[in-house]
Design a protein around this ligand. Structure first.
Ligand SMILES: Cc1ncc(COP(=O)(O)O)c(C=O)c1O
Length: 398
């Protein structure tokens, strides 16, 4: 049966990881992999996670199934975290939340729900968008199209072109939006721009599908939710995929949630029942361990305070690195303006160098990034900012 299958090339990022591991150079820098790193280059278990996990292990008395919608207390905590506890949509019973295996599980489940409700739907994603959006959404049977988004000339959003493209979409077209810390560009919309997108989405009757994978790593835990809270206050229907991988550092535990806002509580119940059925057909039940850790952190005053501090420290480290890296680049390549790196948010930015220059950075300077020059800012360290800036200056000189 399988003899006709072709061997496909490994994911570029996996090849990059292997090449980095095999590089014996002591100055090597990994800016490729999309995980948060501290100044020692580690991705540690957060203190709040460690404490919640210890308590969980001490207190858990069974490993029996939890249920296809996941841990209901986790779902309730996530609703409060994402929407704010007093959000009118929650009070009206218009939000259905299902725990998912990571943000990817939420994206896939949301895509399946859309296909079930409106087969043949087209999802419009930003150009560029996170590479895994393509298999996750198209794997569910949705068609993908792109709207203009990133402007390499400014490092910001081509907002006029974006609105122009969305304005032409037919009613019920699905628009995938990154809530904050756009991956891969770091270019986010301002609150004013979100309001304009909201007005357009309402006028054109589009369905927003909001992906939030970096809550807390942009402007803060609350401001990063701005588009979700705004859209869910003003629109009849919104789909939100949320990941706990980055802000809780729970990557391998696979923790996420899908929140679906519907017109009324009756539709929310119907959607909830469909989500459970779709989930049963894919993973049956989401894994509980990480979700229970998140629930304990969010529900416990002390652990929550510790976690908020830890997320704040991650965010501030990224902001400082952006600032200091731009200062170093200014010193070493004064003829190039890298100021956009400081204006962008979250873990990623495009350095804006060519693919051959990316290859030279790798071969001559042991600095690893994907061919499109996306860098993980958190992969930088205070002690190598100057090394990286000098190397960039050298490749730019040619
Ligand atoms: C834009 C975006 N969405 C969703 C995810 C989902 O991540 P996970 O499935 O690991 O929670 C990621 C992770 O890198 C991401 O960058």
């Amino acid at each position: 049966m399988f003899e006709g299958l072709e061997q496909i090339a490994a994911d570029a990022i996996l090849g990059l990881m292997a090449a980095f591991r095999a590089d014996p150079d002591k100055h090597k820098v990994d800016l490729g992999v999309g995980v948060y790193r501290n100044d020692h280059g580690d991705t540690p278990v957060l203190g709040a996670v460690r404490r919640a996990e210890e308590a969980l292990i001490a207190e858990q008395t069974t490993k029996t199934y939890v249920g296809p919608a996941g841990n209901p207390l986790f779902n309730a905590e996530m609703e409060k975290l994402v929407f704010g506890p007093a959000h009118a949509a929650l009070k009206a019973g218009r939000v259905k939340t299902v725990q998912t295996p990571g943000g990817c599980g939420a994206l896939r489940l949301g895509a399946d729900l859309i296909r079930l409700s409106a087969p043949g739907s087209v999802v419009h994603v930003s150009d560029p968008t996170w590479a895994n959006h393509v298999p996750l959404l198209s794997g569910a049977g949705l068609k993908l199209e792109r709207y203009p988004y990133f402007d390499p000339a400014t490092g910001g959003v081509q907002f006029g072109a974006m609105l122009g493209a969305l304005e032409k979409l037919p009613p019920r077209a699905v628009v995938l939006l990154h809530a904050s810390c756009h991956n891969p560009t770091g270019a986010d919309l301002s609150q004013e721009q979100w309001r304009e997108v909201l007005a357009l989405v309402r006028r054109r009757q589009l369905l927003p599908f909001i992906d939030m994978a970096y809550q807390g790593l942009g402007d803060g835990l609350e401001p990063d939710c701005f588009p979700i809270r705004l859209f869910c206050a003003e629109l009849p229907e919104v789909v939100c995929a949320v990941s706990c991988s980055k802000n809780f550092g729970l990557y391998r535990e696979r923790v996420g949630a899908l929140h679906v806002l519907t017109q009324d509580a009756k539709s929310a119940d119907a959607v909830g029942s469909q989500l459970v059925k779709l989930g049963r057909g894919m993973w049956s039940m989401p894994p509980d361990h990480g979700a229970e850790i998140v629930r304990r952190i969010l529900a416990d005053h002390t652990l929550r305070h510790l976690w908020e501090e830890e997320v704040g420290a991650m965010r501030r480290r990224i902001q400082h690195l952006r600032h200091d890296f731009v200062a170093q680049l200014k010193n070493h390549c004064p003829q190039h303006d890298f100021g956009f790196i400081e204006r962008q948010k979250g873990m990623f930015s495009f350095l804006g160098v060519t693919t051959p220059q990316v290859h030279t950075l790798r071969s001559a300077h042991h600095i690893y990034m994907t061919d499109d020059s996306r860098i993980n800012i958190a992969g930088l360290r205070n002690q190598n900012l100057e090394y990286v800036a000098t190397a960039v200056a050298q490749v730019l000189k040619g």
